[in-house]
Design a protein around this ligand. Structure first.
Ligand code: NAD
Length: 471
């Protein structure tokens, strides 16, 4: 039944389920779940062969209860208005959940980027930015895009450059987009942020001994069998951080197919093999599975869908053999599939929390752009000197002398990357505890997604109350 619902309807179904646990007025709930603005644009671009193609693109600002709105831009041939609205709604709840002071937005351009040259992609991106600009859908105080499926730092720097040319008197213009290269106003740690956040979130979930016992698992990440779908920005870094923490990568899926090895796959070697051959298939020592969805059905402890929405449906959910689904992608598990998995006691760590690392570090980048200073620049050396003085005292009192290397390790002031990663870890850990606490408080709230939605709805309701709109 639920499989016939559109993506946006599925998000709203999850919202409604959580809203029933709250006491907010019906009108306020309706205001929160409604998508405030959607802009569908069509514009021509000249292709390299001189022909003209009309491009369709969207930007949805789901909620302007906090400004600017924020959300990625997706390049994919399946992009449509419903998808953009659904993803913008998830951004609203995600930002509220992790206390990032933005409303939710999302953009998309309906293209398969493999069909376009670099020059054509640049023309499309710049024209899209111009269209957003002239309709008031971009700006550091209005709406701030970021990378998503099919886009990366390169597209973000084209957007920033176009915006800077149009808004030359805006001293904060660089804050019009995040996910930029560090040399172009980005922040260190943004590229890895979503995958790193996925790792921090799951590490926190796996640290709860009672929850792990209920799943028949030992606490901790070490030794857990992990399957990752999608080796793009989010999937690659999530897989890397899991591997570094001692998890065993037993399966990987990409567009061309999936592979398995119960003894563990070497991520970097698989990536190198794919770069050399164009495919993860045929990786020495691994088993090629029948198709790209087969990896989802491998026996494992943590399944990480990190590609696209609607990957786990009512059709394949009964065949899943995982204890935990880590929603690294947005909307990878349909509402109907979620119900089926809950019935079987599978833990789903929801997207609106788990992949919030990207927007969290985007928030840090935006703050850096508005403050015009690199994090740590003012305090790094001061901190280091203070720590060295403290170590001198400790050495005198204990009679133990440290090597210069040890002193350097202990005394080192925090760099921008240290601060960003620490802020990200703090956000993921405290947000997970908030969700866990909400679930405990309600006793009867059946799942983490519903608990996360309640946290987000309450946060947004407070903002509307503060604005005096729904006192
Ligand atoms: P990406 O384009 O960097 O990577 C996606 C990868 O998935 C690609 O390597 C692609 O080949 C692969 N893929 C596509 N279809 C597949 C399939 N059927 N099976 C297996 N692999 C497949 O995109 P991304 O930025 O990593 O985004 C992935 C998901 O994470 C999306 O849902 C996105 O909305 C979400 N997300 C991304 C960010 C971010 O910071 N990039 C933040 C939050 C959420």
């Amino acid at each position: 039944m639920s499989e016939t619902l559109s993506f946006f309807d599925q998000v709203n179904r999850n919202f409604d389920k959580a809203a029933a646990y709250t006491k907010h007025p019906r009108g306020l709930l309706e205001q929160i779940r409604t998508c405030n603005s959607v802009y569908h644009m069509a514009f021509p671009i000249e292709k390299d062969d001189g022909s003209i193609e009309v491009i369709h693109a969207w930007r949805a600002e789901h909620s302007q209860h906090k400004l600017p709105t924020k959300g990625g831009i997706r390049y994919d041939h399946r992009v449509n208005e419903d998808e953009v609205m659904a993803l913008s709604a998830l951004m609203t709840y995600k930002c509220a959940m992790v206390e990032v002071p933005f409303g939710g937005a999302k953009g998309g351009i309906r293209i398969d980027r493999r069909d376009y040259s670099e020059g054509e992609l640049e023309r499309i991106t710049r024209r899209y930015t111009y269209e957003l600009f002239r309709k008031g859908f971009i700006g550091p105080a209005i709406d701030v895009p970021a990378p998503d499926y099919g886009t990366s730092a390169k597209e973000m720097s084209w957007i920033a450059d176009t915006y800077l040319a149009l808004a030359q008197h805006d001293v904060n213009a660089l804050g019009c987009v995040t996910g930029k290269p560090v040399s172009g106003g980005g922040v260190r740690g943004r590229t890895e942020a979503t995958g790193r956040g996925v790792f921090f979130g799951i590490r926190e979930a796996c640290a709860d001994a009672a929850d792990m016992r209920a799943l028949g698992l030992a606490p901790g990440i070490e030794g857990k069998r992990v399957v990752v779908q999608g080796l793009g920005n989010v999937g690659y870094y999530a897989a890397r951080f899991f591997s570094e923490a001692g998890a065993v990568l037993v399966g990987l899926a990409e567009r061309e197919g999936s592979i398995a090895d119960p003894n563990g796959l070497d991520l970097e070697a698989v990536v190198a093999h794919r770069r050399a051959t164009g495919s993860i298939l045929g990786f020495p020592g691994a088993l090629d599975l029948p198709d790209r969805t087969s990896a989802l059905e491998l026996e494992c402890d943590i399944l990480v869908p990190a590609a696209l929405e609607n990957q786990i449906t009512e059709e394949n959910a009964p065949r899943l053999r995982t204890k935990i689904v880590a929603e690294a992608a947005n909307g990878p598990v349909t509402a109907g599939a979620s119900e089926e998995l809950y019935r079987r006691g599978v833990m789903i760590v929801p997207d609106m929390f788990l992949n919030a690392g990207g927007v969290t570090v985007s928030y840090f980048e935006w703050l850096k752009n508005l403050s015009h200073i690199r994090f740590g620049r003012m305090e790094k050396r001061f901190e280091e000197r203070t720590n060295r003085r403290l170590l001198d005292v400790v050495q005198k009192l204990t009679g133990h002398s440290m090597t210069e290397e040890e002193i350097h390790d202990f005394a080192r002031g925090a760099s921008e990357e240290d601060l960003v990663n620490s802020g990200l870890e703090e956000t993921m850990v405290t947000s997970y505890q908030k969700i866990r606490e909400m679930r405990r408080r309600h006793g009867d709230v059946p799942d983490l997604r519903t608990a996360a939605f309640i946290v987000a709805i309450d946060m947004i309701a407070v903002t509307y109350g503060d604005l005096g709109i729904f006192p």
